[in-house]
Design a protein around this ligand. Structure first.
Ligand SMILES: *[C@@H]1O[C@H](CO)[C@@H](O)[C@H](O)[C@H]1NC(C)=O
Ligand SMILES: *[C@@H]1O[C@H](CO)[C@@H](O)[C@H](O)[C@H]1NC(C)=O
Ligand SMILES: *[C@@H]1O[C@H](CO)[C@@H](O)[C@H](O)[C@H]1NC(C)=O
Length: 433
């Protein structure tokens, strides 16, 4: 008593502190007191996938439970994870986001009776600091101590290594990752215990193939070990050659209607690729194919018999195997018979025009020749004329006034003139043609 008085004399602040301390020790509680008597353990280590219960034991006077709105909350790393309404039953649902929170992860439940947070199966991601709280309307929140949860991760592959197809001649990686507490060591082996083949190295759990060859085909085992033990996973590594077109597809093909169209498609690869045809990106199947006209041959060739105008389009050949897929296409153009008959008509017309022209030229030629012949005959007549003129006197002089031996050159000139006129005439005739 003496000591206390001494303190109180020193400062009233210290007395307040003392009073607060005595309250916290939960000596006789006033009726109004809301308390959490037990929270989660300060340090907790659990194995992954085990069940867990974090307690939250509280004292709540009956009076409060009936007349106040009280909620119990659990926080993880200071974020609200679960909440439940205590007391007034009339308080129905909590906020919508909390509802969705509850539905999110069914592993986690808040027991309304005990206030405990229950994990059906602990995950590595559950590690963190946990605290429970009681909230009474109009009063400051009452919080429990903070409990640290540590999860001992089981030794496991994350993700599980998988079998792979590696492209011949390429550089490839195959990963193996393991998790656990403590961190495991990871290494690769050929088959189950042999060293890795040449050109294949193990970099911290990643298998690297520098230049993939068929000799590297086979089984590989990834070993992960820690103080927890050892686990292994075996995968098969297959070496493949991606599908390739043996001969590039012809880009376009023109076929007459009713003819046969043949489109080749040949592929190589390992494994041998299969060939599928499509028209305008729709694969041929038993329902959309006229099997009488469309023949998809074993060797990859597509034959279209009695080609119809509607067959025009893009024909795609897809070559595929476990090593990949490739597609290329051919444009099929159908020349219809209608346009072919049209061209025959035009050809006939052209022939008729040519024939008419030839006929015209022939007639003209004949005409000219005839005229020339007639003219020749006339000249011969004229050559013989002087004799006749001599015999018959002036008669001829009227026609050729001074026809003498000396004039014969003039006569030749006129003859020449006549022939040029003839030439001009024939030119005019040509122009007309
Ligand atoms: C190997 O893996 C461990 C753990 O995954 C990592 O800490 C380390 O840095 C890695 N080493 C190399 C060389 O990548
Ligand atoms: C073809 O038609 C039948 C019956 O309509 C249907 O069952 C089948 O799946 C179809 N096949 C293809 C490849 O579409
Ligand atoms: C496929 O077979 C057909 C008929 O036997 C033949 O006409 C065609 O040329 C072949 N294709 C190739 C690419 O050899």
């Amino acid at each position: 008593m003496k000591f206390q008085i001494k303190i109180s004399e020193r400062s009233s602040q210290a007395l307040c502190l003392l009073l607060a301390l005595s309250y916290a020790r939960a000596v006789p509680l006033p009726l109004t007191q809301v308390l959490i008597t037990q929270g989660p353990a300060a340090q907790l280590k659990v194995k992954e996938q085990s069940a867990l219960q974090l307690p939250c034991v509280y004292q709540l006077p009956q009076l409060y439970a009936e007349s106040h709105s009280i909620s119990l909350r659990w926080r993880k790393d200071n974020k609200l994870v679960r909440q439940v309404q205590l007391g007034q039953a009339s308080v129905t649902t909590s906020e919508p986001q909390l509802e969705s929170l509850l539905r999110d992860d069914t592993r986690l439940t808040l027991n309304k009776q005990t206030g405990a947070l229950q994990f059906s199966s602990v995950l590595a991601s559950d590690a963190g600091s946990y605290q429970c709280q009681l909230l009474v309307e109009g009063q400051p929140a009452v919080s429990s101590n903070v409990g640290q949860l540590e999860v001992i991760e089981q030794l496991k592959f994350m993700p599980q290594p998988t079998s792979k197809n590696l492209e011949l001649g390429s550089v490839a990686k195959v990963h193996c990752k393991a998790q656990g507490t403590p961190t495991p060591q990871v290494k690769w082996l050929r088959d189950t215990q042999q060293p890795l083949p040449a050109q294949v190295t193990d970099h911290n759990g990643t298998l690297i193939f520098r230049n993939v060859s068929t000799a590297q085909r086979g089984q590989y085992t990834c070993l992960a070990s820690s103080s927890q033990g050892q686990i292994s996973a075996t995968v098969s590594i297959n070496v493949v050659v991606a599908p390739k077109f043996l001969v590039p597809l012809q880009p376009a093909l023109e076929v007459n209607e009713a003819d046969i169209a043949i489109i080749h498609c040949q592929a190589t690869g390992d494994p041998q690729p299969t060939i599928r045809w499509d028209k305008d990106l729709i694969y041929f199947n038993e329902n959309n194919t006229d099997v009488k006209r469309f023949q998809l041959l074993e060797n990859g060739t597509l034959e279209i018999h009695n080609v119809q105008p509607e067959d025009e389009g893009r024909y795609g050949c897809t070559i595929g195997s476990s090593a990949g897929l490739k597609r290329d296409e051919v444009l099929l153009v159908v020349r219809s018979n209608k346009s072919a008959s049209n061209s025959i008509v035009t050809r006939i017309i052209i022939i008729i025009i040519c024939l008419a022209f030839l006929y015209f030229v022939l007639v003209l030629g004949l005409k000219l020749w005839y005229r020339y012949r007639r003219h020749l005959g006339k000249v011969q007549l004229e050559d013989a004329a002087p004799v006749a003129a001599d015999a018959e006197g002036h008669e001829h002089a009227e026609h050729e006034p001074c026809l003498t031996e000396a004039n014969s050159s003039k006569n030749l000139k006129s003859k020449l003139r006549e022939s040029t006129i003839l030439e001009q005439e024939s030119q005019v005739a040509d122009d007309v043609v």
